[in-house]
Design a protein around this ligand. Sequence first.
Ligand SMILES: [Zn+2]
Length: 174
Amino acid sequence: MKFPSIFETANSQMTASGFRPAIAALMFFALAGFAFATEPVSIPTPNVAMSLSPQDREAQAERFVAVRLQLWQQRLNLTKWDIRANLVRIGALKPKTVGGIRWDAGVMKATIDVLSTYDYDLPYQAMLDDMENTVVHELVHLHLSSLPRSEASRSAEEHAVNEITNTLLKLAKP
Ligand SMILES: [Zn+2]
């Protein structure tokens, strides 16, 4: 499976020179009729992020997560769902996790929790990459949510979700 080349281009540019080309790509999607937020998105490069206040870092990460959520929702064909992502403090998550998802299949609404910047102990770019990993991971869980589940199937599902998530993120890179 390959993603449309526009995604690969956006990602290779992103890796090479920070986030600005990715923003340009997102603007292209907005113009092309995709349902991206109309407010301008500006995500600082890691160097700029160093000088941000903790509150600004949190706000920037929140915007980054929202943008990546919309992108992966499109890629994973989950656009019928109304999905929100929140940055939450570590106490709101299950122990030893950096994210989680709740959903209501009846109304097709889901909420993804992503660990807050305040509780991350990673450099800025690695933290954003990890947040994106969480978003994709929880979306893959959402795809599997229609399958029967049991306590016994949990760890098998977790393993499958990790494998699929890592593969998707690898394919999205150059
Ligand atoms: Zn999981």
